[in-house]
Write a protein that binds this ligand. Structure first.
Ligand SMILES: [Zn+2]
Length: 324
């Protein structure tokens, strides 16, 4: 009989031994829970493409903060669903606009939690793009920078803990940093969606965030085929002063997370996006996979690839999944 010289199975003999030998650990502290908050909504609305995820009324979304806290989650990122859409997305920076109101309300209700604000315009513009449109239909980079700066200052005035710009405009981190520093908010960090791809996995999010997009975002988001360009995007955001970086989507871009880990000393986040959530949910509903096993495997994969934290719609489920 053949005798193997090296028996890796020895270290897998018992659950306790496997726990001891585990290289990558998932912790509730690693998770950020995204919440969709809609103006003028009377009751929470299920999102058909994301079973288990709702749009929450502005008047009562605090309940979702409580639910996240009860599930051991300390950090949330807020997405506003505006009912006052216009060509520039001005509800995003108005003195008492949606961004201001939801951040202020969240901070007041949950001062112990980290309140992050998505900084972008796609939920606020009537055309669904992440900025101001040129006459030729392209998003105008530098005019959009001015609006990102205004939105950032508004979120800071409302008390936001972390600014999270997702527009993929060139120079956005520098423009935001300069504006918020000048307004007296030099202490507020920027977590940039620095390597964000023009992905087909954002479909369910558009339903969640009430976005009716004309066209696509290929002129500003990174080409899924281009890892080097995406890494350069992150390098530029770092040079502009980003405090933490992000790769979005997550699972299809583990190579980018791993390469970014080797490139930077900054913290890195991975965004497990709506399409990733939907694929797991619907496959589990069909009985094809076990949801708990696959969710924990996917979240662990982000950490194994080098992410420090993960934005995930599964955040509230993880406490139970880990048996905590
Ligand atoms: Zn956007």
């Amino acid at each position: 009989m053949i005798q193997p010289t090296r028996r890796l199975r020895r270290l897998r003999n018992t659950p306790a031994l496997r726990d001891l030998m585990r290289e990558t650990r998932l912790h509730l502290d690693d998770l950020i829970y995204p919440i969709f908050i809609e103006e003028e909504l009377d009751k929470k609305m299920p999102i058909a493409a994301m079973p288990g995820v709702d749009r929450h009324p502005e008047a009562s979304f605090e309940r979702e903060l409580d639910a996240a806290r009860a599930a051991g989650i300390k950090s949330v990122i807020l997405f506003g669903v505006s009912r006052h859409k216009d060509p520039t997305g001005s509800d995003a920076w108005a003195e008492k606009g949606l961004v201001y109101r939801m951040v202020a309300k969240a901070k007041k209700h949950a001062p112990d939690m980290t309140i992050m604000a998505d900084i972008c315009f796609c939920e606020y513009t009537d055309h669904g793009h992440c900025g101001v449109l040129h006459e030729d239909g392209h998003v105008h980079n530098d005019l959009t920078l001015e609006n990102l700066a205004k939105q950032s200052v508004t979120a800071c005035r409302a008390g936001v803990d972390v600014l999270a710009p997702s527009a993929m405009m060139d120079g956005m981190v520098a423009a935001m940093r300069e504006a918020v520093d000048a307004a007296g908010f030099a202490h507020v960090p920027i977590l940039s969606y620095s390597s964000k791809f023009a992905s087909g996995l954002y479909g369910p999010f558009r339903e969640a965030s009430g976005v009716r997009l004309n066209g696509d975002r290929k002129t500003y988001q990174a080409d899924p085929a281009n890892a080097r360009a995406a890494l350069l995007e992150s390098a530029l955001d770092e040079a502009e002063g980003a405090d933490a970086l992000m790769v979005k989507p997550g699972l299809f871009y583990l190579d980018v997370i791993q390469r970014l880990r080797a490139q930077t000393l900054l913290p890195i986040g991975a965004y497990q996006v709506s399409g990733e959530y939907a694929m797991i949910k619907f496959a589990a509903k069909a009985g094809a996979i076990d949801e708990k096993t696959v969710v924990l495997e996917a979240l662990t994969a982000f950490k194994r690839a080098g992410a420090d934290f993960v934005l995930t719609y599964f955040a509230k489920d993880v406490k139970g999944y880990l048996g905590l």
